[in-house]
Design a protein around this ligand. Structure first.
Ligand code: BEZ
Length: 205
């Protein structure tokens, strides 16, 4: 039976990270999904009541307290199962969390780009700002491709989950970036991990 509630939107890549971890650690039954519609200019009252920042994911625990954001929720849920931790302890921890943070930076930029085209009126768009977000994504992907492929491939943990969800979100919202052509190593890695049951079950429609 579910003892926690996750404020959820199927298209949110930050929510997807949490869902992938729940699948990977066998905890999906513990969390009920409360689907919300929200944007930065039209927040969800249900989310704002629990998270003043108005952002998802937010996780309501059995005692009524609420955790946010995705990094905090991943850490919490990773402490609630008995399997191999997906946020490693020891010396690997800081490197894997740093790679996870870089994957989050891709997501931050990609979500901002989404809002820029989906929400911002055309006459208020700023090309240099858009290019800056695209450059951030490019630099991060280039770093993963050039310096971290073997590292990322070594285990499907918090870093790999973050990168997989970032690449999935680029496919969903920024397909014109054509990341596969420029980063074939990442494309090969993603082709494999996208087949994992956790990734298949959480694929945005
Ligand atoms: C999206 O539809 O791209 C989206 C939805 C929720 C949060 C972030 C992005």
């Amino acid at each position: 039976m579910s003892t926690m509630t996750l404020f959820h939107s199927p298209a949110s890549p930050f929510v997807r990270k949490v869902m992938v971890l729940l699948h990977e650690t066998g905890q999906t039954d513990r969390v009920a999904l409360h689907e919300v519609q929200l944007t930065p200019v039209a927040p969800s009252a249900a989310v704002v009541a629990d998270n003043p920042a108005g952002k998802i994911p937010a996780l309501r625990l059995a005692d009524g307290s609420v955790l946010h954001d995705s990094r905090v929720i991943l850490d919490y849920l990773d402490n609630q199962h008995v399997g191999e931790p997906l946020i490693p302890a020891g010396s690997a921890r800081w490197r894997r969390l740093t790679l996870a943070s870089l994957a989050d930076a891709i997501l931050d930029a990609a979500v901002l780009l989404r809002y820029e085209t989906f929400l911002r009126p055309e006459d208020k768009r700023w090309d240099a700002w858009t290019a800056g977000q695209q450059d951030k994504i490019e630099r991060a992907l280039a770093y993963f491709e050039r310096d971290c492929l073997a590292e990322i491939d070594s285990r499907f943990d918090v870093a790999a989950i973050g990168l997989a969800c970032a690449l999935g979100y680029l496919d969903l919202r920024q397909p014109q970036l054509g990341w596969r052509e420029r980063f074939p190593g990442l494309a090969g890695w993603y082709a494999d991990v996208a087949q994992r049951p956790s990734m298949q079950a959480t694929q945005p429609k």
